[in-house]
Ligand binder design. Sequence first.
Ligand SMILES: Nc1ncnc2c1ncn2[C@@H]1O[C@H](COP(=O)(O)OP(=O)(O)O)[C@@H](O)[C@H]1O
Ligand SMILES: [Mg+2]
Length: 119
Amino acid sequence: MQRILRNIGFEADLIRRASVCAYEAEMNVVMYGGKGEMVLQVNTDEIVLQVSDDGKGIEDIEAAFREGFSTALPEFREMGFGAGMGLPNIRKNADLLNVRSEPGKGTQLKIHFRLSEGA
Ligand SMILES: Nc1ncnc2c1ncn2[C@@H]1O[C@H](COP(=O)(O)OP(=O)(O)O)[C@@H](O)[C@H]1O
Ligand SMILES: [Mg+2]
């Protein structure tokens, strides 16, 4: 994804922010999401990154966004994951974030990045 955005010619900071979000969202799909899909949409005024999965869903979205909150399994913690900073970091790096999640059904993140002139 980084390469795609670089080839289009977006500025480094935007690519960095989008990459952080994509990485964190992808890790969450791996750890909690089951089967997932990522869609990158480049519009004239914004980039939209959609990450959806059909995993167990998020019980309490507000809690999940708290820094340090994590339900990561020991096997992932041993690899250094589970700091509970993924969703807070996505929120910080996005211009707009929509979260839809249904316990038992899955989760969808819609992450927006505004494109300014010359971005
Ligand atoms: N796609 C997802 N499906 C189900 N639960 C999720 C998903 N993404 C995040 N969560 C829940 O939100 C918590 C916080 O996520 P995050 O901030 O990325 O921290 P971490 O991944 O380190 O636990 C996770 O521990 C998990 O309980
Ligand atoms: Mg995470």
